[in-house]
Design a protein around this ligand. Structure first.
Ligand code: ADP
Length: 669
């Protein structure tokens, strides 16, 4: 076994590899870009080397910098994780030339399987069924068009060097082929520097079923069963599970044989995944990935094996730790990928600082792989995955139950996330029935991405009670700090905010506006909510959660203040975003003065429409910020006067920078 390895990656996969290495007594070296200098993977590793600026091509993708970091720290081997350099044969060769072990397959196997066309030729001669298609070297439009006619429309045009769904186009009619080819070639050229195309029959309702294989340098091969990765958006996986539900035993056995034949055919060593589409009882090879996959934890959960431990052992020259007969499936596992992305905007990646992060507690049946902690930012430079939530249960129904509960207990405030979307998938009856195809998300889009539901009375009540509790606690703290320790402000009962017996709060909830009236009674509040009146009490739990009683019913919520006057209310497994529309009542803990507006993400100020002293009305556009190629308009939160403009057009601003301030009309009158 190695004494020290370097992990040429970042985020959750770097952290996950470090955990296994540490357990085995192997020292670890992290590499990082300037953007990741304080990242979790850097803090977890025994040593770290900074290898370049934020952009991956200047840091994580630099062969020379990674190899130099190994030499400088004495790391004997490099684990590439997934993505970045993991399927780069030249990098694997450069490691070998420098006397460093590449923890992965031989360069020749990476090369053979890195090309979808070449891998199909290899699999065809190994007798493995392929999706009907063309994978020849003749690439002119006329040949490809004839091939598509022979295959029969609809077809799928794919980049041979492809990955991550790039360079892929569905074509339903011959007339659309030239344009699709041109677009796919452009995309493939930009992403992979290779525009070789292949054409496949488009299967209309396939499942994506893949086999985990492993080989060692002594000619031993095993498979570790299959994963079903049919739950995809934009041809990319979001929820995976193992084993594939309802897969007949004979199909499982034949898939295993085909996958091992694939590994054999290229002299495979290490962890690999052979991907198939499965439809109407038949399966077809699509590609082999020559690395550890993102979704490997579900295989670990059902087999009880640690695949990174296997990778290290095999790379160090060891034999596979067990034979096929020793491996068995136990129970069922799901992985849900939690992404910073917006399902309502076609899953567009989002960025920004994670202001608040709370995760369900990890247990034997619940694992969270993440490289992000509260306060970190999801940046434009890297993959927007925040975490992988992995659950195990004795059967699929039990595992699904755990998945739902775990998703309900996950709280993130900051960038848009797919958490609510994942919860809806996990709760969908068709998902529970395992009626899976790769079109599941598209077919059920209306149920999975519904229009935002308005805040319920309970949510509004919780938001108001949280504000009242904050104000009450602050008043009590001030009284304690003041001269009169026996001040009546210490008393929770009969407390009145600013001496009022009545107060009203207004919240903006998407397009809607809700007003909640509060009457302060001797031992309870009376709330006037849109749906009627209720009696309410509030207190704090030790973890800061709000414990409320509404007409005798006990409710619990986490309420997070962020970005000035926004409130994220987590209640009953759901998150609701409200904007407090109350001059001067931004509430404590926001860190921002009344009416001050901060940048939602780093960006460029492209327009400033107001100057200090200007009178503005609530909702008026004040400034335009450009970030991630999109425009964000900063609007006035209230009627008033601009008191501060901190940036001019052309300025670069950081996440959270105070851009401008508006004083409420009443304050400036
Ligand atoms: P990439 O390497 O870019 O991820 P893959 O070849 O692995 O591309 O395919 C990704 C996904 O695209 C598959 O899981 C499947 O959902 C879909 N897909 C690929 N080939 C076909 C096909 N011939 N018919 C239908 N869907 C396909």
């Amino acid at each position: 076994m190695f004494d020290k390895i370097l992990i040429a990656n970042r985020g959750e996969i770097a952290c996950r590899i470090i955990r296994t290495a540490r357990r085995l007594g192997v020292a670890t070296v992290a590499v990082c870009s300037d953007a990741d200098a304080d990242a979790l993977h850097v803090r977890m590793a025994d040593e770290a080397v900074r290898i370049g600026p934020a952009a991956a091509r200047d840091s994580y993708l630099r062969h020379d910098a990674v190899i130099a970091a190994c030499q400088r720290t004495g790391a004997q081997a490099v684990h590439p994780g997934y993505g970045f350099l993991s399927e780069n044969a030249e990098f694997a060769e450069a490691c070998a030339a420098a006397g460093i072990t590449f923890i992965g397959p031989p360069p020749a196997a990476i090369r053979a399987m890195g090309s979808k066309s070449e891998s199909k030729r290899i699999m065809e001669s190994a007798g493995v069924p392929l999706v009907p298609g063309y994978h020849g070297s003749d690439q002119d439009d006329a040949t490809l068009s004839r091939a598509a006619d022979d295959i029969g429309y609809p077809v799928l045009v794919k980049a041979s060097a492809g990955g991550g769904g790039k360079g892929m186009r569905i074509v339903r009619a011959a007339a659309d082929l030239p344009e699709a080819l041109a677009g796919a070639r452009r995309e493939a050229c930009a992403a992979f520097g290779d525009d070789t195309m292949l054409i496949e029959k488009l299967l209309e309702r396939p499942r994506h079923v893949e086999m985990q294989v492993f080989g060692d340098s002594h000619g031993n091969y095993v498979h570790l069963f299959e994963r079903d990765c049919s739950l995809q958006r934009r041809h990319q996986k979001v929820i995976e599970e193992a084993p594939a539900p309802g897969l007949p035993e004979d199909v499982r056995a034949r898939l295993g044989e085909a996958a091992i034949a694939a590994a054999h055919a290229v002299g495979y060593v290490g962890a690999g995944t052979v991907e198939f589409l499965y439809q109407d009882g038949a399966f077809f090879f699509i590609e082999m990935n020559t690395r550890l996959q993102v979704e490997h934890p579900v295989t670990e959960m059902i087999t009880g094996q640690d695949l990174v431990e296997w990778q290290l052992g095999v790379a160090a020259g060891g034999t596979l730790p067990c034979a096929q007969a020793d491996l068995a499936v136990r129970g069922h596992a799901f992985e849900a990928r939690i992404y910073a992305e917006d399902p309502e905007r076609d899953f567009l990646p989002s960025t920004g600082r994670i202001h608040h992060l709370r995760t369900p507690p990890e247990t034997e049946g619940l694992r969270i792989d993440s490289g992000i902690v509260e306060g970190d930012a999801v940046s434009i430079h890297y993959d927007p995955m925040i975490a992988k939530l992995v659950v195990w249960g004795p059967d699929r129904a039990a595992a699904l139950h755990r998945l739902r509960a775990a998703l309900a207990g996950y709280q993130i405030v900051g960038p848009a996330t797919n958490l609510a979307f994942l919860s809806r998938v996990a709760a969908h009856p068709a998902f529970a029935r395992a009626a899976l195809t790769t079109h599941f998300i598209d077919n059920h889009r209306d149920a999975l991405v519904p229009v935002r539901a308005g805040a319920s009375d309970a949510v509004l009540a919780l938001a108001v009670l949280d504000l009242l509790e904050h104000a009450r606690q602050e008043a009590a703290a001030q009284a304690r700090a003041g001269a009169d320790p026996s001040s009546p402000w210490h008393l929770a009962t009969g407390w009145r905010m600013n001496g009022h017996a009545f107060r009203a709060f207004t919240f903006l909830d998407g397009e809607a506006r809700h007003r909640v009236g509060v009457r302060f009674g001797p031992d309870a509040y009376t709330l006037d909510l849109p749906g009627g009146r209720c009696t309410a009490r509030a207190a704090r739990a030790s973890d800061g959660d709000l414990v409320a009683e509404l007409d005798g019913q006990r409710l619990q919520a986490t309420v997070v203040c962020h970005d000035g006057n926004r409130r994220s209310v987590f209640h009953a497994g759901r998150a609701h975003l409200l904007l407090l529309d109350e001059p001067g009542a931004a509430g404590p803990g926001t860190g921002a003065a009344s009416g001050s507006l901060s940048a939602p993400m780093p960006g460029l100020v492209t327009q400033v429409s107001v100057a200090v002293g200007d009178k503005v009305t609530s909702g008026q556009a004040l400034m335009v910020l450009e970030a991630m190629k999109m425009e964000h308009t900063i609007t006035a939160p209230l009627d008033g006067t601009v008191t501060e403009v901190n940036f001019a057009a052309g300025s670069q601003v950081g996440d959270g920078d105070v851009l401008l301030s508006v004083a409420a009309a009443a304050e400036t009158a």
